[in-house]
Write a protein that binds this ligand. Structure first.
Ligand SMILES: CC(C)(COP(=O)(O)OP(=O)(O)OC[C@H]1O[C@@H](n2cnc3c(N)ncnc32)[C@H](O)[C@@H]1OP(=O)(O)O)[C@@H](O)C(=O)NCCC(=O)NCCS
Length: 168
């Protein structure tokens, strides 16, 4: 997907990825959003109120997405994070999160995820810690059974990270 730059602001340049915020036509990125959250009706619950960050490759094509919502009381939530398959395990997911963390010094960043072993490892590696769980979230809210890495997703596990204030 080639980007329409009219809808963009806030650029953050990494080696081979530019992160930018998309302010309108957010559904253009549905293909990538569905990698992080496979049911469109669930994405609709947070996409408009959330901030959508998109990682662009050297051809200005979307390679990663991250949606963050303001949950109040200094708590922000990563609702969706996904990196296109061919770009995985090259540090881009970490960089998307680092960008979000850079924007939110002194805040709490949380996320809810299924108990997929590699996803949990990914977030624990990046300093997130277990907070709490919502029992039966996936079985109650998703139309289809989700099985990842042999695990049937049932509860939503919440992880949290307290973001340090950057010294000036
Ligand atoms: C989860 C996801 C966003 C990770 O993005 P990525 O670009 O592949 O991850 P990175 O390359 O940035 O990895 C960052 C760190 O986590 C580690 N990591 C990545 N995948 C890992 C895994 N499966 N197990 C353990 N560690 C892992 C990396 O080694 C790296 O550590 P380092 O910085 O010390 O080298 C990506 O795999 C994805 O889009 N998955 C499908 C959608 C999804 O599950 N989203 C999360 C839903 S909440």
């Amino acid at each position: 997907m080639v980007m329409n730059f009219v809808s963009l602001q806030t650029k953050w340049k990494f080696d081979r990825m530019v992160v930018t915020e998309v302010l309108c036509d957010k559904k253009k990125f549905l293909d990538l959003l569905l990698i992080g959250d496979e049911q469109e009706s669930m994405i609709d619950r947070y996409l408009e109120r959330g901030r959508l960050f998109v990682g662009l490759d050297k051809d200005c094509k979307a390679m990663a997405v991250c949606v963050v919502t303001d949950e109040g009381n200094d708590v922000f939530e990563v609702k969706n994070l996904a990196v296109k398959q061919c770009y995985r395990c090259q540090g881009y997911g970490r960089r998307m999160l680092e960008y979000v963390e850079y924007l939110l010094p002194g805040k709490i960043l949380q996320l809810g995820t299924g108990e997929t072993p590699s996803t949990l490892r990914f977030y624990y590696n990046l300093g997130f810690e277990y907070s709490h769980r919502i029992t039966d979230f996936f079985t109650d809210n998703y139309d289809k059974t989700i099985v990842e890495e042999g695990v049937r997703l049932k509860d939503m596990v919440y992880l949290r990270k307290f973001l340090k204030r950057t010294e000036v």
